[in-house]
Design a protein around this ligand. Structure first.
Ligand SMILES: Nc1ncnc2c1ncn2[C@@H]1O[C@H](COP(=O)(O)OP(=O)(O)OP(=O)(O)O)[C@@H](O)[C@H]1O
Length: 623
């Protein structure tokens, strides 16, 4: 018996010893594996998730979930979402657990899916948080580089609370004698590079809000929101076709009905006047067919072909000229200088102006192209003549064989309005040019006002511009349209406000004449009235400055007259003296000529003296 026990012991020892050799000398490998696993750190994501889930699981679920842990760890290399492999049943347990295993399998895989989902959601949440942080870091970086960041945020906040109802292409067109509208262009590349903020909000088809960035004494930043209302406000999404439809297009019929039509583009340099009037730019190329000039030409020829007007035997011609200070240049004749004369009946003539007969749209487009190139040739972007001059393109209707003008459409790309403020810091030439621009823009405003108040005095002599456009401001059938162009960036806000106040002033007067047209939004009107009080002061100052500038212009002209007359006087006096030295000279003839020469000289000098006195008094009074 003892021998049997010893043999059995030896056999079992040999059996375990062999097994240990097979397992690399480890007698109880599963024990070592377990202890190794428990010391593993850190736990994998899935393991952590499982533990987390198990912690939250009730005691009754523990026996079901625990076997699943080994199942998951065995299948950890499976791609997410792939069906789990069935666990290998352990020897000796098969009979007793096989049924329970197959019935609990689905339940376990559901739990596994939940665990995976939790882990996935957490990963996504972490990614989201990381993205948000990166975004925030970027904004902080931007903020450091952009002093207007806070203003941009305030404007965004303002806009998020505004209900936008912008102009739509199929909105109805209102026929006014005077239409005043505003067009906002998009921020350009240069403004984007300077990180400028768009401070103009076009909320409805006729309203616009300017967010003027301001700072309190304690350096707190805030926005001063100023509301304006016009006949139409075009936002940056509107193209030239839409602008044309609501502005110049309704005026085309006027020239076929014996009236005069004018359309002005007013605004700061670079605000989009030429883009609107001449055509959209593609790089340096301009599409002359989609500017207001070209679009008017297309419609004029359409009207000509209608049965109503085809029988009237109209002939169309066009001219294109530029007004630079007091000088007028023909853009269709190599910028030849032209004279403006007024006859006894106050009829103004631009003497020698080229007027080309045009038979089709392409002829007009050719002329627009020629004139536009002539206008911009030889100028640098730093000192652009085009921004200092007014360009006037005219389409004229006459009956064949007659000189009488039946109708005329004048389209004017005005000088940059900020040029009118070139004063103290500029050189004399720039100051004089600025004064002239100022004078012409104020005279233009007065003439539009006079057109609005039928029969009122027309102050057309106030400038060369209004002088050459005199006939457009008279007559019951005359209609006009002003498109005020604004740049949206915060650097331009002062100039944009000046543009809007000018346009608002024109509109305000019309609104007073026709109050029922503008009665639907009292709040807005109150805002406008408030801004007009400031406007009044500003305009008074501007008019005073303009008056001084125009006096300066006149006194400089009289100074030049005196110099020229002195040269003439000197030459004539020498000639008379030489004649008196000859034998037999006519004493009476000599005396009369000498007296006349002196009298002329004295008259010129007296006039110059009067002007000098007047200018001195004005300057002393303004100090
Ligand atoms: N509505 C717009 N959409 C896109 N770009 C525009 C718009 N308006 C103007 N621009 C662009 O802005 C730039 C300046 O415009 P534009 O030359 O028409 O200004 P301007 O007011 O005529 O200036 P200036 O007084 O110097 O002649 C151009 O490159 C033009 O293409």
């Amino acid at each position: 018996m003892l021998v049997v026990i010893v043999i059995a012991f030896c056999c079992s020892f040999i059996f375990f010893y062999r097994k240990a050799l097979i397992n690399g000398g480890k007698m109880f490998p599963y024990l070592i594996e377990d202890s190794k696993r428990s010391s593993k750190s850190p736990l994998s994501l899935k393991e952590k998730a499982i533990e987390e889930l198990n912690h939250r699981t009730t005691i009754s679920q523990v026996p079901v979930l625990l076997p699943n842990i080994s199942f998951l760890s065995q299948n950890s290399s499976s791609p997410p979402g792939s069906p789990p492999k069935s666990p290998t049943p352990k020897k000796g347990f098969r009979n007793s657990t096989s049924r329970r295993d197959s019935s609990s399998f689905d339940y376990k895989s559901e739990a596994a899916k939940k665990v995976e989902l939790i882990a996935k959601n957490r990963d996504e949440r972490r990614q989201r948080q990381a993205d948000e942080k990166a975004q925030k870091d970027m904004m902080i970086h931007l903020e450091q580089n952009n002093p207007y960041f806070e203003f941009a945020q305030m404007i965004n906040e303002f806009r998020s609370a505004v209900e936008f109802r912008p102009l739509r292409e199929n909105d109805s067109v209102v026929e006014n004698q005077i239409t005043v509208c505003v067009r906002k262009r998009p921020l350009n590349e240069k403004e984007e590079r300077r990180k400028e903020v768009d401070v103009m909000t076009v909320n409805t088809k006729n309203q616009l809000i300017v967010h003027e960035p301001k700072q309190k004494v304690d350096l707190t930043k805030y926005l001063e929101n100023q509301h304006f209302r016009f006949d139409y406000v075009f936002d940056e999404g509107c193209n030239n076709d839409i602008v044309y439809k609501f502005t110049a297009k309704p005026l085309v019929r006027t020239i076929f009905e014996g009236g005069m039509a004018t359309c002005f583009a007013y605004g700061q340099t670079g605000s989009g006047k030429t883009h609107t009037m001449g055509g959209e730019f593609r790089g340096k190329q301009q599409n002359f067919k989609n500017g207001i000039y070209g679009l008017v030409a297309i419609d004029v020829f359409k009207f000509l072909r209608t049965p109503k007007y085809a029988q009237k035997n109209f002939m169309v011609s066009a001219s294109f000229f530029e007004i630079y200070g007091k000088l007028v240049f023909d853009l269709l004749a190599k910028k030849q200088r032209l004279r403006v004369l007024e006859d006894g009946k106050q009829q103004v003539q631009v003497v020698g102006l080229t007027e080309k007969v045009v038979c089709k749209v392409d002829d007009v487009i050719d002329l627009i192209q020629r004139g536009s190139l002539e206008r911009t040739s030889g100028q640098t972007s730093a000192n652009s003549n085009s921004s200092r001059s007014h360009a006037v393109f005219q389409i004229i209707l006459r009956k064949v064989g007659s000189k009488h003008v039946e109708g005329k459409f004048s389209l004017i790309d005005l000088a940059g309005n900020e040029r009118g403020a070139d004063n103290n810091k500029s050189n004399r030439q720039t100051r004089i040019e600025g004064a002239d621009i100022n004078k012409s823009l104020l005279a233009l405003k007065e003439c539009i006002r006079a057109l609005g108040r039928r029969g009122a005095h027309l102050p057309f002599r106030g400038s060369k511009l209004t002088q050459v456009l005199r006939d457009s401001f008279i007559g019951e059938k005359s209609r006009t349209c002003m498109i005020a162009l604004i740049s949206p960036g915060n650097y331009s806000v002062d100039h944009s406000l000046n543009t809007l106040r000018y346009a608002d002033r024109v509109k305000e007067l019309i609104a007073n004449d026709n109050p029922e047209e503008f009665s639907d939004d009292e709040v807005m009107n109150e805002d406008i009235d408030e801004s007009n009080e400031i406007d009044e002061d500003m305009m008074r100052d501007e008019e005073k400055r303009m008056h001084i500038a125009s006096m300066e212009w006149e006194i400089l002209e009289s100074n030049r007259d005196v110099i020229e007359s002195c040269v003439h006087f000197h030459n004539m006096a020498c000639e008379l003296y030489r004649a008196s030295q000859k034998n037999g000279f006519d004493k009476l003839d000599y005396a009369t000529n000498w007296r006349n020469l002196l009298a002329d000289m004295i008259d010129i000098q007296k006039a110059a003296l009067l002007k000098a006195n007047e200018f001195c008094n004005t300057l002393e009074g303004s100090l």
